[in-house]
Design a protein. Structure first.
Length: 337
């Protein structure tokens, strides 16, 4: 059987995302206590999420308010939370998100939960940090269609914002500080304590028999070659269609279908994307950058075909989906819905 690791280098298991929180004055806060304790059972390709991360509380609160503030859009109708609804798995569950005036985007919105563990942001990896990511939807004419000048003028007219920014940042309301506050809040959106995390930490009863068998097949089939690490993905790029051409037969392709090629201009990066995290994946349909798979079952079948060159059996798909349902974690102590 062919495994993806034979063809593409992957990030070693020991090299997992290191989450550091740097204030605007250049000082570094305590790193998130990412637990890499592998002694509880044999070494696995996946590590459990940390139960908490260390972040400045004032910036988390400020960032949360900005994340939900529609004034970041040109016409005060769209916020970050519009496309990344925390009550819907951190997504809007649309194939393509709707921006101002009902404008339709070109890629499926990924979840914001656990995004602080991804090594880059966006499907094509064009943003190297959450701070860099913030400006993307703000300036995108299909999303918020705004500018920093417009946003800063609105925020500076708000007495509460002026007070909060002055308390958290020595230079007050700036574009960099807005981006940092939102990114800090997003880094707080960690969803630990999924059944699978509990299983990794030694609770053998946390998974059903089907979920345990699904995880075994997940590894044996080669899925964990790309979906591994603390975020079960999000730490490498991979071609969408390693073994079979996913885009074959399409009469046209959008710019978004070109993936990493749009960033580098290199032919070898055409159709290459950031491997998405599978955390909470049962809550975030539809799937893939183009939102073309409506269900997990459909997504699993496509991945087997184009990434592994296998037509998965009904039993394979059933057990893999059972395993994927075990990846749903908790936020603020409650299971995500």
């Amino acid at each position: 059987m062919i495994h993806l690791r034979h063809y593409f280098p992957i990030v070693p298991l020991a090299v997992l995302p290191l989450v550091l929180f740097v204030d605007q004055d250049g000082s570094t806060a305590e790193p998130a206590p990412i637990e890499l304790r592998q002694s509880y059972r044999q070494v696995e390709p996946i590590s459990p999420l940390p139960h908490s991360v260390v972040l400045p509380a004032d910036k988390v609160v400020l960032g949360e308010r900005l994340f939900h503030d529609a004034r970041l859009s040109r016409n005060d109708t769209i916020s970050c939370a519009t496309c990344h609804d925390l009550a819907r798995g951190g997504t809007d569950r649309r194939r393509f998100s709707l921006g101002i005036d009902g404008r339709v985007g070109t890629t499926n919105a990924p979840t914001v939960f656990n995004s602080g563990f991804d090594f880059v942001q966006f499907w094509d990896g064009r943003a190297t940090s959450l701070e860099d990511q913030v400006a993307g939807p703000i300036h995108n004419p299909l999303e918020m269609a705004s500018t920093w000048d417009q946003i800063l003028a609105k925020l500076r007219a708000d007495d509460d914002y002026r007070t909060r920014f002055a308390a958290s940042y020595t230079n007050g309301i700036t574009a960099a500080n807005v981006a940092n506050a939102i990114a800090t809040f997003e880094r707080s959106l960690v969803t630990p304590d999924s059944p699978f995390d509990r299983y990794l930490r030694g609770d053998s009863k946390a998974l059903t028999a089907d979920q345990r068998e699904g995880y075994r097949r997940f590894k044996d089939l080669g899925c964990s070659s790309c979906h591994q690490g603390v975020n079960i993905g999000g730490n490498l790029f991979q071609r969408f269609g390693v073994m079979r051409d996913y885009f074959a037969g399409r009469t046209s392709q959008s710019s978004a279908d070109q993936g990493r090629y749009n960033v580098t201009g290199r032919e070898e990066d055409r159709h290459v994307f950031k491997v998405p995290s599978l955390r909470n994946v049962a809550l975030t349909p539809p799937y893939f950058h183009d939102g073309s798979a409506a269900t997990l079952e459909e997504a699993v079948a496509v991945m087997g075909r184009v990434q592994l060159d296998r037509e998965l059996t009904d039993d394979d798909k059933r057990l893999l989906v059972a395993f994927l349902h075990s990846l749903t974690g908790k936020w603020q102590g409650k299971p995500l819905q």
